[in-house]
Design a protein around this ligand. Structure first.
Ligand code: GTP
Ligand code: MG
Length: 267
């Protein structure tokens, strides 16, 4: 008959071996959790021409290709990946979903909201100042009024908002959303009104959709911020009140970065 002691030891050995094996198999998961903690993924969404690529490039300290200076301002064709690292080994992994003129858009949306769900969302809007772009296959420069741009933006937002809601309800931890109202340099004397238009509870068409999203996702599961920003423009030391100075633009960008750091637990 086996002594209880032997039996116990064998059992203990099994437990340790099992534990070590479990630890080994959990290692990749733990590594990915650490990565997620230090470098949370951020989806950058919004309609074509609003300034997603430009903003992600600024946030990741990357110089944008100045393609528009060659007279052709083309939209992104595929999802762009940018990483921001700071001195303390923290940062973000940005996933810039191309606008609706790109054939790869739906796949990119699936990737960031379903296949590899992101930690936070930077939804970029431009107060009707999206750069009009030609739809694939047509020639000539695009043209659209501010009103048309705002309508298009709202349609784009409906789609993205649904994706965010279904991602948020599937997970335990909260998701954050920042609505980045960019190109503020183009409407410097109107920034407050623009932020209001894009805010929850404002009664605007965009605000109503945000309220719906919050109701769908559950308030505790989704935090929403609305921040004005600009990724370029501004101007020297302009005394023109309708223009933002470079300093004012830099300050807005710093505020956005601080909020992202707070939401990600970096500060
Ligand atoms: N004045 C001003 N122009 C901006 C700003 N951000 C972007 N732009 C311009 O707006 C245009 C569109 O910017 P992109 O970053 O390429 O837009 P996008 O959202 O990536 O567009 P898609 O790739 O088509 O989805 C470019 O000509 C930019 O130079 C800004 O803060 N101020
Ligand atoms: Mg782009």
């Amino acid at each position: 008959m086996q002594s209880p002691l032997r039996h116990g030891r064998a059992a203990l050995g099994t437990t340790i071996a099992g534990g070590a094996l479990a630890a080994l198999s959990q290692a990749p998961e733990r590594a990915s959790r650490l990565l997620r903690h230090r470098y949370p993924t951020v989806a950058v969404t919004g309609m074509t021409g609003v300034g997603k690529t430009r903003l992600a490039d600024r946030l990741s300290r990357r110089a944008s290709a100045q393609s528009e200076q060659a007279g052709q301002d083309v939209g992104s064709a595929v999802m762009e990946r940018r990483t921001r690292r700071d001195a303390r080994m923290r940062g973000y992994r940005f996933r810039v979903v191309p606008g609706e003129n790109a054939a790869t858009r739906l796949g990119a949306l699936d990737e960031v909201f379903h296949d590899e769900p992101v930690d936070g969302v930077l939804h970029v809007v431009a107060n009707g100042y999206a750069t009009p772009r030609r739809t694939g296959g047509t020639s000539g420069t695009g043209a659209a009024t501010r009103e048309e741009q705002l309508t298009a933006e709202l349609e784009d937002w409906s789609i993205t908002a649904h994706r965010i809601a279904s991602m948020a309800v599937r997970r335990d931890r909260p998701t954050w959303l920042i609505v980045a109202v960019t190109k503020a340099d183009l409407f410097a004397d109107d920034v407050e009104a623009a932020v209001d238009y894009y805010s929850p509870g404002s009664g605007s068409p965009f605000g109503d959709k945000l309220d719906e999203l919050r109701a769908l996702a559950g308030g505790a599961k989704l935090s929403i911020d609305v921040l004005p920003v600009c990724a370029q423009g501004g101007g020297k030391k302009s005394s023109d009140p309708t223009r933002l100075t470079d300093k004012a633009c830099a300050d807005l960008l710093a505020r956005l970065e601080l909020r992202m750091a707070q939401l990600s637990g970096h500060v």
